[in-house]
Design a protein around this ligand. Structure first.
Ligand code: PMP
Length: 396
């Protein structure tokens, strides 16, 4: 059998691989605590579920327009004005089967073979792989724990070449939890203003899970708005990962390009989900705020718990629901059988010894770090970190 060369160009997501290994161990009867996955452990708010039930009863069961129902695109505009003070019209919005699909649409619409795409590390696993699918060239810009895992204007400028087509980042960031402030974005915007040919994809899917206050979008700078594609969706802020709804806000030209791609790939997303999304995007955000309040409590507890772990260097996340410590202190150490040489060894050691799943930093372009989610209840978080502490104490 001869499969396409496309399959050689990219990897499957490490996050999903780790979750799969955890599930396999669990199937053997092992009590695995999952700190690997990136989804809220909450139920979808009741008023959104009711809207979906009503959509089924009302027979919203047919194909939808490829970029989404008109009322959904309007709802996305309402949200962008309400939360971000950004003016968009429905023609600027393309709804999709999740932020991941929106990222794929945007990257395929913008990136040609050989185009350089600057991605600050650490970044969400899928970014680099989608760029490779589009035959673009990934240019990693390495940030440091000391800089709060944020790219500086000087670093950005140093990474730019005549081939740079796109800058791709998330704020709040998965995996580091970094949240760019208005001042930090202003400084980056000043660099972009000097290079009018560079587009920006701003992944804002964790917008509501923010521990420092106001979310800021890079699209707020008038000189950048027309070359920014905002990515957002329902997965994280409304605990709706399985419903599959993402959306983009961009110029009409880019929106039409993405619509063309989506028209051949998926025909758009589920009609029921779209009707529920209208309600999610335009009504009460109290459930999202309550969820973030719970993440805030867990974050505080996790930061206390990791203080007890020798050798961890940890940045305090400003958003999302992960901690991403540098664990390189453990390199070269052994429990007598297994030696830890990299973050993959470290993650596997924790899975097999502590029965806690995590994701190795290699997957995010930061090989010395490991990602631990706190999208799990406090009891499991306490149990997991106790086990991690015991397992790591065996490494000498
Ligand atoms: N962007 C980031 C940074 C993410 O972490 C994720 C989900 N893990 C996505 C996009 C994809 O979200 P969706 O479920 O909407 O496809």
């Amino acid at each position: 059998m001869s499969l396409s060369s496309l399959l050689q160009r990219f990897n499957e997501p490490e996050t999903l691989k780790m979750a799969k290994l955890g599930r396999e161990l669990r199937a053997q009867g092992v009590d695995v605590i999952d700190l690997s996955l990136g989804e809220p452990d909450f139920d979808t708010p009741a008023h959104i579920k009711e809207a979906a039930v009503k959509a089924i009863s009302d027979n919203w069961s047919h194909y939808t327009p490829v970029p989404g129902f008109p009322d959904l695109r309007e709802a996305a505009c309402t949200k962008l004005k309400r939360d971000n003070n950004l003016d968009y019209k429905p023609e600027h919005i393309v709804a999709s089967t999740g932020a991941k699909q929106s990222l794929a649409n945007a990257i395929l619409a913008l990136v040609d073979e050989g185009d350089e795409v600057i991605i600050p590390t650490p970044y969400w696993v899928t970014y680099s792989e989608l760029v490779k699918i589009a035959r673009g060239k990934v240019v990693e810009a390495h940030t440091t724990l000391e800089s709060g895992f944020k790219i500086t204007p000087a670093q950005l400028e140093a990474a730019i070449t005549p081939k740079t087509k796109l800058f791709l980042f998330s704020s709040p960031c998965n995996p580091s939890g970094a949240v760019y402030s208005k001042e930090e974005l202003t400084a980056l915007a000043a660099v972009f203003e000097k290079y009018p040919g560079i587009y920006i994809i701003s992944d804002e899917i964790y917008e509501y899970i923010n521990f420092v206050g106001q979310h800021e979008s890079i699209a707020q700078f008038p000189a950048l708005k027309d070359r920014t594609v905002i990515i957002n969706g329902l997965s994280k802020g409304f605990a709706m990962t399985g419903w599959r709804l993402g959306f983009t806000a961009s110029t009409t030209e880019i929106a039409k390009a993405m619509e063309k791609i989506q028209g051949q790939m998926t025909s758009g997303t589920c009609s029921i989900t779209q009707k529920a999304a209208v309600v999610a995007l335009t009504t009460d955000l109290t459930p999202s705020k309550e969820m973030t309040a719970e993440f805030t409590r867990r974050r505080a507890r996790v930061l206390e718990l990791v203080k007890d772990i020798p050798g961890f260097k940890c940045y305090e996340p400003e958003g999302a629901f992960y901690i991403f410590p540098d664990i390189s202190y453990y390199y070269g150490k052994t429990d007598g059988t297994i030696t830890i040489n990299n973050s993959a060894d470290f993650s596997m050691y924790l899975l097999n010894t502590a029965h806690v799943s995590s994701v190795m930093g290699d997957a995010f372009g930061e090989p010395n770090c490991v990602r631990f989610s706190f999208a799990n209840n406090l009891t499991n978080i306490e149990r997991a970190w106790e086990r991690i502490k015991t397992a790591l104490a065996k490494l000498k």
